[in-house]
Design a protein around this ligand. Structure first.
Ligand code: PGA
Length: 290
């Protein structure tokens, strides 16, 4: 049902924005090297990380209500696995996602959760390859690609995270390094209807620091070009989210960047009061583009 709703939202966005491929309203600014901007409706997803007990169901419900007020935006919450079922029961117009899944469908993996388990609990999406897992659990690019395929096999949509360290940024190599990471993490059959990318500079996560808007624009354009080198025209429809200290103060500026198709939001998604302005910024941007 949530997936259906999401598709309907995107179809509406295409219609409203007049961004059907080849439509007369398509402008040079919504192309990158000939890649058409194919009705990418904004996707705004909260990542609760290891936060949230049953008492936070009220926040889930309140965020679901905010999502209903901004129906052109696809809004989701990736909650701890222990909260998926409870959140699913009160999610309103938001979707509920997981934060990781195992590479295998089942087996002797104590403490791990398969994509099918998460889907059965009520998740319709999952994050894979978050930098906190790449670092803390030593997940490789190949692991991330395999996890994305496992998620897809269980019917989950996927947000695949990439991003550079501060050293890489300071060395001036960020676009090349993150593009390479993206290509190496990309699953077979990557397509816009089940996969979104999140660019999350590691040094911006939870720090209150973000790159300059120019740096975000350059990175997102580079990532779309990298996607196009691998999946061709499909790259024009794939959402590339920005993540890392996105909040109500900076969301409007970030969402206005051509290749920024939404956000993956940590700290500012933990309450409806903080998350609502981010969702509203995405809605305002979609209205401005219509
Ligand atoms: P942050 O986290 O918004 O708290 O920086 C984002 C993320 O890690 O997904």
């Amino acid at each position: 049902m949530a997936a259906r709703l999401a598709l309907d939202k995107c179809a509406g966005a295409v219609h409203r924005a007049g961004l059907v491929p080849g439509h007369a309203g398509e402008t040079r600014s919504n192309r990158y090297k000939g890649i058409r901007r194919m009705g990418r409706c904004k996707l705004v997803v909260g990542n609760w990380k290891m936060n949230g007990l049953l008492a936070q169901r009220d926040e889930v419900a309140a965020i679901g209500a905010v999502a209903a007020d901004h129906s052109a935006v696809e809004v989701g919450l990736c909650v701890p696995a222990t909260l998926i079922a409870a959140a699913d029961a009160v999610k309103g117009a938001a979707f509920i996602g997981a934060q990781d899944c195992h590479m295998q469908a089942s087996g002797a993996h104590t403490g791990c959760l398969s994509a099918a388990m998460l889907a059965e609990a009520g998740a319709t999406w999952t994050i894979v390859g978050h930098s906190e897992r790449r670092q803390d659990q030593s997940e490789s690019n190949a692991d991330v690609a395999t996890k994305a395929l496992a998620a897809r096999a269980a019917g989950l949509k996927v947000i695949l995270c990439v991003g550079e360290s501060l050293d890489v940024r300071d060395d001036g190599d960020a676009e090349a390094v993150v593009s390479e990471q993206l290509i190496a993490s990309l699953p077979q059959g990557a397509a816009a209807d089940w996969l979104a990318i999140a660019y999350e500079p590691i040094w911006a996560i939870g720090t209150g620091r973000i790159p300059t808007m120019d740096a975000v624009a350059t990175m997102h354009a580079a990532l779309r070009a990298a996607l196009a080198s691998r999946i061709g025209a499909e790259a024009g429809g794939m959402r590339i989210l920005y993540g890392g200290s996105m909040n109500g103060d900076n969301a409007a500026e970030l969402m206005a960047i051509d290749d920024v198709d939404g956000g993956l939001v940590g700290g500012a998604s933990l309450t409806a009061a903080k998350f609502a302005p981010v969702i509203a910024a995405a809605g305002d941007r979609m209205a401005a583009e219509a």
